[in-house]
Design a protein around this ligand. Structure first.
Ligand SMILES: O=C(O)CCC(=O)C(=O)O
Ligand SMILES: [Fe+2]
Length: 373
């Protein structure tokens, strides 16, 4: 589709931090290799390894040029800077069980009575099914192209390679067995009812007293609600992941790369084989502290009617066994899970964990959801 670009103020990000930080060591996966059969075998191996061992990885050569990516950041910034408070209020979601439209600041409790300083704006991938503030309307075709690009050109290839049915695809192929490679993509159809969405996000710097009271946590440690989260790498630090050795490590910016991770839905569908790695956002490093932090994401979810049971037809899961998250017959659908988690997020009374220091818990559908500071 030919999209004619309408003029827009440029968003110029600051240079990456020069602080000496401990960064997580993540695999860099080159998506352009998916076009050749031997490349696909290598990608499957890399995606499976990254999702089982670290839970986060980078993707490069995802099909958007640096210019296209910076244009999306211009649109994201306009969503916050070119829309009045009154209009933001008008487009704020009233249904607490879903993220569409604006989430205003101060909606979530972080710690010691301090609330968040994060605004976000959520756009269902069927971009025209919701109305948008005036300043964004000229950019709806570009946002729509961006949403379908994320779903079809990034999410679907990841799911095809992460499919635990095809983990040993090369080996099984050699044995002449044919297994469906579209099991996970069928559970994430672009057209099916569901909430896979684009999100623009702006974190505003806070007062020193608030930093102190929250231990500098801007967004509490959590696992994402949906399947695969696609984050457009940007230079302002703050994102950290909880490594398997229980240490928080920073995510390093790579120009025009994607930072990808699995959420709850993938953990449930894979019976715990792929873990939804915990991550949080803290105050950026000292040399970036006073700058608002702009983010662009695609949060994917399974089809609303998908039951979040393990894919037991997978020979891999049959062999290694699965973790049980829900009682027999009690697994929620994607819609039930996302609605409950969204409604409770930052609002429910969390209980300190009896086993882990600095961890708070809530129980949703009979399974424990953890939050970290
Ligand atoms: O802002 C970031 O870097 C991460 C945000 C995040 O984890 C989320 O919105 O779920
Ligand atoms: Fe997240």
């Amino acid at each position: 589709m030919l999209v004619v670009e309408k003029p827009l103020p440029r968003y110029v990000p600051p240079p990456p931090s020069k602080e000496n930080l401990e960064y997580a060591d993540l695999a860099i996966i080159d998506l352009s290799k998916a076009t050749a059969p031997e490349g696909r075998v290598e990608l499957s191996r890399q995606v499976c390894e990254a999702l089982t061992e670290v839970g986060f990885f980078y993707i490069i050569n995802h099909g958007y040029t640096s210019a296209q990516t910076s244009r999306i950041f211009d649109i994201a910034n306009a969503t916050f800077d070119l829309v009045s408070d009154e209009e933001k209020q008008e487009y704020t979601q009233k249904d607490v069980g879903v993220y569409t439209g604006y989430k205003p600041r101060n909606d979530w409790h972080i710690a010691s009575g301090v609330r968040d300083a994060i605004e976000h704006y959520n756009i269902n991938r069927h971009v025209v099914t919701q109305s948008h503030p005036q300043a964004l309307r000229p950019f709806v075709p570009e946002i729509a192209a961006f949403a379908s690009h994320n779903h079809l050109n990034v999410l679907h290839p990841i799911l095809r390679h992460a499919n635990p049915l095809t983990l040993y695809f090369p080996l099984l192929m050699a044995l002449g067995l044919e297994l469906p490679e579209d099991t996970l993509t069928k559970l994430h159809e672009f057209q099916a009812p569901g909430e896979s969405s684009v999100r623009f996000m702006k974190y505003h710097p806070r007062e020193a007293t608030e930093e102190e009271l929250t231990n500098s946590v801007w967004l509490k440690g959590h696992a994402d609600i949906g399947s695969i989260t696609i984050l457009y790498s940007q230079p302002i630090g703050g994102l950290q992941i909880l490594s398997r050795d229980n240490q928080w490590r920073w995510i390093k910016h790579i120009d025009n790369a994607l930072v990808v991770n699995a959420g709850d839905a993938i953990e449930f569908l894979s019976g715990g084989y792929y873990k939804a790695t915990r991550h949080r956002v803290i105050q950026p490093p000292a040399d970036q502290r006073s700058i608002p932090r702009l983010g662009v994401f695609y949060f994917s979810m399974a089809n609303d009617d998908a039951k979040l049971n393990p894919l037991l037809e997978s020979p891999v899961l049959q062999r290694i066994g699965t973790t049980k998250y829900f009682e027999e017959g009690e697994a929620p659908t994607m819609e039930q899970w996302r609605r409950n988690r969204t409604a409770l997020y930052g609002k429910s009374q969390l209980k300190p964990s009896e086993k882990e220091v600095g961890v708070e818990e809530e129980v949703i559908h009979g399974t424990v959801v953890k939050h970290y500071n």
